[in-house]
Design a protein around this ligand. Structure first.
Ligand code: ATP
Length: 442
């Protein structure tokens, strides 16, 4: 099963989804870059999450806060203290560090050297603001996007004239100096988070927690994740994040085991009360009707973009020995099929002239490509046999392939091939945009 990961890593690189960062220098610290297809798929995930939050729910508004904030934010949030640290042991010889709970040996697994006693190591990434590198100019790259939301709790509340309960959502980069980045894009030091912070009355927090938990599970299922590969797990108090009164992880069954893709947290009043205390600004909410003044409780749904993207690739990757059709010469080969949900697929439509050596066909196919480009992310491909090109389309998960053939020149039509059923239907070129829109949005 582990082999599946290396196959996905290889497909991701070969077809322009994900590349190792700084590859010509040997890569950099398990970092990854998203290629032309990866960036489209990432945008689709972000877009789907954003419209789910903003369009499908009342009283949720968006925000885009700065990555660099006052270091006082991280002091108050508990991230600079033991709350956001891993327990590590260090080798006295080679100085490599290991997570205490991941190492079974008594000596260093790399060089056999003696290990230090366990100690806490902070995960925040330090940087300097301004020209002088001194303590006074130190700050941190944000380790979670939500702190920017708490900084703007009052600004948003007042400018939008909101009443509790309401939510603020944000998408943006977060950074953690992870000790052991691993499993491809599952654990990296730089990632993108999509977070909703839902502010509610403390007495209603359980109700909202359950509401958002259900909503989030629904979202994955709507996007086609196989039911048997998704579960929720109630996280016990001793392994919860330092701010969480309750935590449920949404987990996906990766080939390396179940892994968290999203965390739902009841953060209580941890953040707003701590920021009030540290900043001296009273962040309590005043209810005009009941005249009650209180710190709202926060239900957070927090997900990285990369983990679900990885899960969608794993979930939809299929290999078919000999291929689904026996008409090509390549029957002994393995056909790869990525059955991505239409809304997630980076390329929606591929345009293929039946053969390459007929200039009239090429001309027509290029006209079709030009017609579609403003409406859909599409790809034009004329190299190789048509069977091979269908396979290339299937392995990137494009839902539809259009073939311009000799009939097209007479009838001004073409065939639409469905990725999953491989059925083909003829459609007039003048109806093409409408038909494809219906198919893709329906
Ligand atoms: P883990 O236990 O796996 O380290 P976490 O509990 O620290 O994760 P949260 O702080 O709850 O994670 O972050 C919310 C979400 O952000 C996670 O569910 C995941 O999707 C994403 N995330 C967190 N850390 C990373 C990382 N190092 N690389 C990629 N995504 C991450």
């Amino acid at each position: 099963m582990k082999d599946k990961i290396s196959k996905i890593v290889s497909l991701a690189k070969r077809r322009g989804f994900i590349f190792p960062s700084s590859e010509i220098y040997g890569g950099f610290e398990s970092g990854y870059d998203f290629g032309p297809l990866g960036v489209e798929m990432k945008r689709n995930i972000k877009q789907l999450w954003w419209s789910e939050m903003i369009k499908n729910h009342e009283d949720v508004v968006g925000l885009d806060a700065a990555i660099l904030m006052s270091p006082k934010v991280w002091q108050a949030s508990g991230h600079l203290t033991a709350g956001f640290a891993d327990t590590l042991v260090e080798c006295k010889e080679c100085h490599k560090r290991f997570k205490k709970d991941e190492i079974k040996e008594k000596a260093c697994p790399e060089c056999g050297g003696e290990l230090t006693k366990p100690r806490k190591f902070n995960l925040m990434m330090k940087t300097f603001v301004g020209p002088v590198e001194e303590e006074a100019s130190e700050t941190y790259l944000r380790a979670e996007t939500c702190q920017g939301i708490y900084m703007n709790f009052e600004n948003v509340l007042e400018s939008m004239r909101l009443k509790i309960p309401f939510g603020i959502c944000q998408i943006g980069k977060a950074f953690r100096n992870e000790i052991t980045p691993k499993n491809f894009i599952f654990r990296t030091r730089e990632f993108e988070q999509m977070e909703l912070q839902w502010f509610c009355h403390p007495k209603e927090v359980d109700k909202w927690f359950n509401f958002w938990k259900k909503e989030r599970v629904k979202w994955y299922k709507k996007l086609g994740i196989k039911k048997e590969n998704l579960r929720t797990r109630e996280v016990p108090a001793k392994t919860r994040a330092h701010y969480a009164k309750r935590q449920v992880d949404i987990e996906y069954k990766f080939p390396f085991g179940w892994g968290e893709i999203e965390g739902i947290h009841n953060r209580g009043d941890w953040d707003l009360s701590n920021h009030s205390e540290h900043s001296g600004k009273d962040l309590r909410y005043f209810d005009e009707e009941t005249k009650e003044k209180y710190f709202p409780y926060i239900v957070e749904t927090s997900v990285g973009v990369e983990r679900p993207l990885f899960a969608f690739l794993v979930d939809t990757y299929q290999e078919i020995k000999g291929g689904r059709t026996k008409t090509t010469k390549s029957t002994k080969e393995i056909e790869i099929l990525l059955k991505l949900h239409k809304s997630l697929a980076p390329i929606k439509v591929a345009v293929l002239p039946l053969v390459r050596n007929k200039p009239e066909l090429i001309k027509k196919a290029k006209e079709v490509y030009k017609l579609l480009k403003p409406h859909f992310v599409c790809q034009y491909d004329e190299i190789g046999s048509i069977g091979r090109r269908y396979r290339r389309v299937d392995e990137i998960g494009a839902p539809f392939a259009l073939t311009v053939d000799f009939e097209s020149l007479k009838q001004n039509d073409l065939t639409i091939r469905d990725r999953d059923t491989m059925k083909q239907e003829r459609v007039k070129i003048e109806d093409l945009v409408k038909v494809l829109k219906e198919k893709l949005e329906g």
